[in-house]
Design a protein around this ligand. Structure first.
Ligand code: NAG
Ligand code: NAG
Length: 363
């Protein structure tokens, strides 16, 4: 770009303010087109009339499209050298907008814009430019190398190899392409190996999930996907239910699982509505009973039980706590059975169990 400003500044000689100035300081020199080291990004016509004049000369719409495209290319190259890739993209785009007939020049504009996009991390855009450049000039090695690099960044190693090979057919000794092809080959194999491993794991997990769902179905346990107030029976659709959507009430992420002996272990949430307190059992073995857990949980009075009423023998709940844990009478919401426990004959209990069957704990 510099030379162009120089040239135009010379042309504009008679209008230049330079000859009229005496004893200018280096700083001020910079404001004079002829001594400018860089093209200012925005030209203020009022403050820099010479520059505005040059600018209009430079990008005069009456010039040939190819001439203009070339000027924008040079401007873009200047920005590129300054690592101002954003502005370089804009300049090259302006050049392409001129739609000149020079395929070679357009190929260079695309290649250079692709390189600028690449530096900005816009690998898709960079690839599109490389593709366009290659279309315009199939032997343009620079565009082919850029395209291969984009495929590497986009982790499409098969495509990277194809582009490398295309380039190597033009120049079989091109070092960048030889190296890139070897690297792409290695990464492709590694990616394929990882994909195979992931598939095996996925298959195994799928199998485990199916076994688990079959075990739940076998026990006639009704699953409800999301917690809701309505107890809708969707056991018929069990086959379609996956456990993916299931989450635990507790952030520990506990999920129902089959143990080595083929027994189900459930996360179970105990609610004590009277005190708005909860207990959470991560793995409630299906052969254990509520009472077993209550006995452990209430072996000592909880700190919130100031009235000292929550004694294992003094609690009642829905379902017989002394019978084996049998979920087929419940609706299991969001993968976590939830049970309510109350102090026997407390007002809370009466309110909740009105019209429901109550099981009192007996020890
Ligand atoms: C690589 O690109 C090709 C062509 O666009 C596409 O068909 C293929 O699916 C891509 N592969 C990967 C792994 O993204
Ligand atoms: C989850 O359960 C643990 C005990 O198992 C408890 O300490 C924690 O506070 C619970 N977290 C939530 C969000 O309920």
């Amino acid at each position: 770009m510099e030379w162009l400003w120089w040239l135009l500044a010379s042309w504009a000689g008679p209008f230049s303010i330079y000859p009229a100035k005496r004893g200018v300081f280096p700083q001020e020199l910079e404001a004079i087109p002829m001594f400018m080291k860089r093209c200012p990004a925005e030209i203020d016509a009022a403050r820099q009339p010479d520059l505005a004049c040059l600018q209009s000369l430079l990008f005069d719409e009456e010039q040939e499209p190819a001439e203009l495209a070339k000027m924008y290319k040079n401007e873009g190259n200047e920005y590129f050298r300054e690592k101002d890739y954003g502005r370089a993209v804009v300049s090259y785009s302006e050049g392409l907008k001129k739609k000149c007939e020079d395929a070679e020049l357009n190929a260079v504009l695309h290649t250079n814009r692709g390189a600028a996009h690449f530096h900005l991390g816009n690998y898709r855009s960079a690839l599109n430019d490389a593709i366009q450049a290659k279309k315009l000039k199939p032997t343009h090695l620079k565009a082919i190398i850029r395209g291969a690099l984009c495929h590497m960044e986009l982790k499409n190693f098969s495509e990277a190899i194809a582009w490398c090979e295309e380039g190597l057919r033009i120049d079989s000794k091109e070092k960048k392409l030889v190296e890139m092809r070897a690297k792409a080959d290695k990464l492709k194999r590694a990616a394929e190996r990882d994909a195979r491993k992931a598939k095996v794991i996925e298959k195994k997990e799928q199998g485990q999930k199916e076994t688990l769902l079959a075990a739940i179905k076998e026990r006639n346990i009704k699953l409800v996907l999301e917690p809701s107030n309505e107890e809708e029976d969707i056991s018929d659709g069990l086959a379609e239910i996956s456990l993916d959507g299931f989450h635990s009430h507790n952030a520990t992420g506990a999920k129902v699982h089959l143990d080595a002996d083929g027994n189900l272990n459930w996360p179970v949430l105990f609610l004590y509505p009277e005190h708005e307190q909860t207990d959470f059992i991560e793995a409630f073995h299906e052969n254990s009973r509520f009472i077993d857990h209550l006995t452990v949980m209430f072996a000592e009075l909880p700190p919130w039980d100031l009235e000292r009423k929550y004694l294992p023998g003094n609690l009642e709940m829905q379902g017989n706590p002394s019978a084996p844990f049998n979920l087929c009478r419940y609706f299991v919401k969001a993968g976590t059975p939830t049970v309510l426990a109350f102090v026997k004959r407390s007002p809370f209990s009466k309110k909740y169990f009105t019209g429901r069957k109550v099981h009192r704990l007996r020890r």
